[in-house]
Design a protein around this ligand. Sequence first.
Ligand code: SF4
Length: 449
Amino acid sequence: MNTSSLVEQEIRIEQSCNQRSREGESTTLRYFIWTIGCQMNKAESQRIAGYLDAAGHQATTSFSHADLVVLNTCVVRQSAENKVLGTLGLLKGLKDRNPNLQILVTGCLVNADTQELRRGFPHVDLWFKPGDYSELISWSQKRGIPIKHRVNLPRAFSPCAFIPIIQGCDNFCSYCIVPYRRGREVSRPLGEIVCEVEQLVNRGIKEVTLLGQNVDSYGHDLPGHPDLADLLNELSNIDDLLRIRFLTNHPKDITLKLIDTMASLNKVCEHLELPVQSGDNDILKAMRRGYTVERYRELVRTIRSKVPQISLSTDIIVGFPGETEEQFERSLALVKEMRFDAIHVAAYSPRPGTIAWREYEDDVPAEIKKERLHKIEELQAAIAGDINSQLQGQQVEVLVEGKKREKWFGRTRSNKLVFFQDAGDWLGQLARVQIEKTSPWSLIGQVKK
Ligand code: SF4
């Protein structure tokens, strides 16, 4: 469902819901968190929900049922920003009808200077920077709205939890707005992360995904400089934690120590997100990525030799300023050569304030960008289809995350999405599934008991 239809639907819901919220007059609020963007945003939304739950507030399923709305925003691409702005505009209508509605905004839309945002959207009650929960807490204290900081745990929706380990990014890739919005890298202390994961495991969590814009930078700003490999070693000692993942890695920063640690620790899943962005060295240079195609190729060779079962995902941007047909063909050729398990492909869109926006003309026509995007998607669908078809008839281990349309679903260690049908209760269990049908995007099978 796109944002506009979602919000239109919200507006159609009867006003009585808002009426009820005014009549309630208690400090228990119904809240709704709207999230768009990356896993980091999803993790932060879970964390905010954890704070609100701990204070006794209740989650609701829509804007119009809520007394408090949190928009967790993304502006990495123009399309995401448009959705955010559209949703903010439509929330104004809800606030006009229910002035008691509290609207809070976080995520990448919120930069250091919120003055302009406050002028443009006076119906928003609080703008707080991503991960800056102290601003949220002090706002809530002033309003007499209880929000409890003491429970520093994300809410567990499934046996899998996302754990931010490092905020911000120091890299300044030329196309990327993230460092301007999320600021410089700040790592969470290793002990704090281990303690949080232990508590989550005590509550039934079986798998954690460690998150950062660049997890390979983890720890450089901490006393003693622990790194991601050290953190993985510590987390591996937690009994009953079955699986550990992490994302996103940076090809210029990933170390041999990390690859060796992945290879040696059973609990670390054979899955890496390693964005290449382009198959052309001049484009990579203009993107300020800090590696060449040759270095990336060598890295993949090393990873595959040390972790043979590795499943690799990547990101590619097409239509970067000045990208010629020949340069695009190099990206296409790299995709063919690398045989990634998954690709997130995006058409370049200039983000005001970035280096690319300042220095380069967005000169690749929209229809060419679209065409290139489709070419990568089409090629990748064939490659992923072929890779997945090799699992036909095989048994795979699936950690079951939930049920959708009568089918259980979960992921393999290599991050393949698997569905199966069974009358038993499999939530949070490891299931052995015999694969019967494959597609580029998912697998279907029978559970073996
Ligand atoms: S590594 Fe580059 S693309 Fe990734 S968040 Fe940092 S600046 Fe953005």
